[in-house]
Design a protein around this ligand. Structure first.
Ligand code: SF4
Length: 302
């Protein structure tokens, strides 16, 4: 027996347990796009003459984020969209996802800039992975990638830097920050305010569950790389992911509740926290919150 869409008579392709709705392809796509547009309007209002940079890895999340930004803003002559990919230097993984990213930008007619860890930081992730390190591989990778994305976004005059973080990523990070008691990081998760030298981050997919992002990419036949990084596996995040997924199965809507609760708290928290000190890194000159930026610290340049 086929299950019908809640909004029409067509066959359903997805069941959203949290909303109780079965949706067909058309109404699923409409639902995802409506939520993304609403998030952009509410949290990241786009003004005239903006340059929107989109961090593009070639994976499902960033590919959907780029596709949607193009779908929403692509026809506006005053808006330029630029895709930025970072080549961390991960053998057997990054080269193929970069090819997928190139295919997508070519398909959409979007300017695409690729910058590598080697060019900017003088080291690849494969080289870092075998070195003696204080922190896990992903900590290095995240900090070095963010620094390159911000640098390139500034170079192209971007006013926003879009990333593909989805609802699962956001809910996991909220819980992780609670577990670590890290209120500063918690506050930084909220839709941020503009700071000179740091391009404003935007996460238009933060209200879309990860599974729906993957399904949206599939039904729109987007070129997407589904392979997994060989260094993936931040232990605590993995545990939080499992915990949240179990909760979501038993109590549908848990991830949305976490995000909604956090959004309400974030404004109040931000008022309580002293404003972050903004400085220039004395080694590389990047904008940061201490006298040496995280990237220079991790690479032992201080
Ligand atoms: Fe970098 Fe970790 Fe992501 Fe691999 S899984 S690309 S090492 S952050």
């Amino acid at each position: 027996m086929t299950i019908k869409c809640k909004k029409c008579n067509h066959e359903a392709i997805v069941f959203q347990k949290y909303s109780g709705m079965h949706l067909c392809k058309k109404h699923f796509v409409e639902d995802v796009e409506r939520k993304i547009k609403l998030t952009i309007r509410k949290d990241y209002s786009i003004q005239k003459n903006e340059v929107i940079a989109v961090a593009l890895s070639g994976g499902k999340d960033s590919s959907v984020a780029l596709y949607m930004m193009h779908k929403i803003l692509g026809k506006r002559p005053d808006i330029e969209i630029v895709a930025i990919s970072v080549d961390e230097g991960i053998h057997g993984y990054r080269p193929q996802s970069l090819e997928v990213a190139k295919n997508l930008t070519k398909m959409l007619g979007i300017r695409h800039i690729i910058r590598s860890f080697k060019e900017v930081h003088g080291v690849t992730m494969d080289e870092l992975a075998v070195m003696e390190r204080e922190k896990g591989t992903c900590s290095y990778c995240g900090v070095l990638r963010k620094s390159i994305l911000n640098k390139v976004a500034l170079e192209v005059g971007a006013t926003k830097l879009v990333t593909g973080h989805n609802l699962d990523d956001e809910a996991q990070t909220i819980l992780l920050n609670h577990f670590r008691g890290d209120m500063e990081r918690m506050v930084r998760l909220a839709p941020p305010a503009a700071i000179e030298g740091l391009v404003l981050r935007a996460k238009p997919l933060r209200n879309i569950p990860e599974k729906e992002v993957a399904l949206y990419a599939l039904v729109n036949a987007l070129p997407v790389d589904f392979s997994e990084c060989p260094y993936a596996g931040e232990a605590l995040r993995g545990e939080v992911r499992e915990l949240l997924n179990n909760f979501e199965t038993k109590h549908p809507g848990t991830k949305y509740s976490l995000l909604r609760g956090f959004d309400k708290l974030a404004g109040a928290l931000a008022k309580e926290m002293p404003p972050a000190k903004i400085e220039k890194c004395r080694i590389c000159g990047d904008t940061c919150t201490e006298d040496v930026c995280q990237a220079c610290k991790l690479l032992g340049r201080d």
